[in-house]
Design a protein around this ligand. Structure first.
Ligand code: DOR
Length: 444
């Protein structure tokens, strides 16, 4: 038999069949064997004694800001942050400048990514009133993660506000559509509240639960009427989870580590506008409901919603301060800490960061430790105790809401298609990230 390119020896593999103590052999970038491989010839060996081997994290919601907003982040710095944090695939959002709303804009992002991104990637195409006719074609293009709808306005100008436009978008195409569900008329109606207060603690009152619930209800109606699958991003409230638990026919669900880790009013008192994001971090009752939804299986994936802004921008007086926090690099460490605290099992975490995104987006060869899948892996030390500090962060924005937080559990090595791309907090090698493929559009 041909020697392996790499054998990862002595680790505990988190596979769809459970956690198994086994070696993992890589050939041509793919997982070629799982078992006792210590006697097999291998070009190189990575010792994983005492470590767990997880599928590389698939983060299906990041904003990397290129083109147009590179002072906050770019595709290179965003992907550096990703791999340092154990993320090997990202789906990047369309609210750049220009917005990603055409074939040319998508091709431009793919060009910019080549040779500069360290992780594999796909790019969402934003829906607007103007590009509805083109959406069926745009969602099929190679490198397209599908369509993104903003029902409520957030950073940027992308917006599909009314039900008639929403239904037109939902009828245009077949892939699962990712949706930011906040009700724009309600947000407009209540903005004065935030302006009058001038304090970020009012963010969850301006963008209240009712704004989220109205949008989710409208979206689910639309999805059923049009027979279109939707993926509802960053769910924040108990009431939305009640609706979504009854909508397994049409909807899948994302939560973010931010909403699972912080709560109001504490986060606004500690972090001010740094804790400001859309939809907002809410109080402890809602946070508990998000954890319950994770336990009950209502949540399909975790996404970081990495949304970098500079500190100078964040320091503007609320509400002119922009919404969004960094998160791609801290997604896995923060969640490993929740594992250490007993809030979810390691297997459920891998379900949310690997198996879940693979299943709902029908990714080819990603997100699972199985023979024939890409050797996108992250080796983690579940016992390591450390503190998140700014010197570890690669985002150009240069800050994290978790600075100084003590974490139990640390990503040690990140591998992309069998090559080590980050090791002990250092980036390794040249950027070799590629566009990912989706089973539904393989002909693309
Ligand atoms: O807080 C947010 N920031 N929510 C979004 O939906 C957009 C994001 C950004 O791009 O800054």
């Amino acid at each position: 038999m041909q020697p392996f390119d790499l054998v990862i020896r002595g680790g505990k593999l988190v596979t769809p069949a459970g956690i198994v103590a086994a070696d993992l052999g890589v050939r041509a970038g793919k997982i070629a064997a799982i078992g006792a491989l210590h006697a097999e010839p291998a070009a190189s060996v990575l010792e994983a004694e005492g470590l767990h081997v997880l599928p590389g994290v698939i983060d299906s919601q990041v904003h990397f800001r290129e083109p147009g907003l590179e002072h906050k982040e770019d595709l290179a710095t965003g992907s550096d942050a990703a791999v340092l944090g154990g993320v090997t695939t990202v789906f990047e959002m369309p609210n750049t400048n220009p917005n990603t709303i055409s074939a040319a804009a998508l091709a431009d992002k793919l060009d910019r990514a080549a040779g500069r991104m360290r992780c594999d990637h796909a790019f969402y195409v934003g829906a607007t009133a103007e590009n509805i006719e083109a959406l069926p074609e745009l969602e099929r293009l190679a490198g397209s993660a599908g369509i993104k709808i903003f029902m409520g306005s957030s950073t940027g100008s992308l917006l599909v506000e009314d039900d008639a436009s929403l239904e037109r978008v939902l009828r245009a195409g077949f892939r699962r559509v990712a949706v930011h569900a906040e009700d724009e008329p309600r947000l407009r109606e209540r903005k004065a509240l935030a302006e009058a207060s001038g304090d970020p603690v009012s963010h969850p009152h301006w963008r209240d639960v009712e704004a989220a619930v109205r949008a989710v209800r409208r979206l689910l109606n639309g999805a059923r009427t049009c027979g279109r699958r939707v993926h509802v991003l960053h769910i924040t409230s108990a009431e939305e989870m009640e609706l979504l638990a009854e909508a397994r026919d049409v909807a899948t669900v994302e939560v973010t580590p931010h909403h699972l880790t912080m709560h109001a009013p504490d986060c606004y008192e500690r972090l001010g506008t740094r804790a400001q994001m859309n939809p907002p971090v809410r109080d402890a009752r809602h946070q508990a409901a998000l954890w319950k939804a994770i336990q009950e299986g209502v949540v399909d994936v975790l996404g970081s919603d990495h949304a970098p802004h500079t500190l100078e921008e964040k320091n503007k007086p609320y509400p002119s301060s922009p919404s969004g926090m960094t998160g791609v690099q801290t997604l896995l460490p923060v969640m490993l800490d929740h594992v250490a605290k007993g809030r979810l099992s390691l297997e459920r975490l891998v379900d949310l960061t690997g198996h879940g995104p693979q299943r709902i987006f029908q990714l080819v060869g990603k997100g699972r430790i199985m023979r024939g899948y890409d050797a996108d892996l992250v080796l983690v030390d579940l016992q390591a105790r450390w503190r998140i500090n700014t010197s570890w962060l690669a985002s150009r924005a240069g800050w994290s809401p978790y600075e100084d937080m003590e974490i139990t559990g640390r990503p040690v090595s990140t591998l992309l298609r069998g090559a080590v791309v980050a090791q002990d907090g250092e980036l390794i090698g040249k950027p070799v990230g590629r566009p990912v493929r989706f089973m539904e559009t393989l002909a693309a």
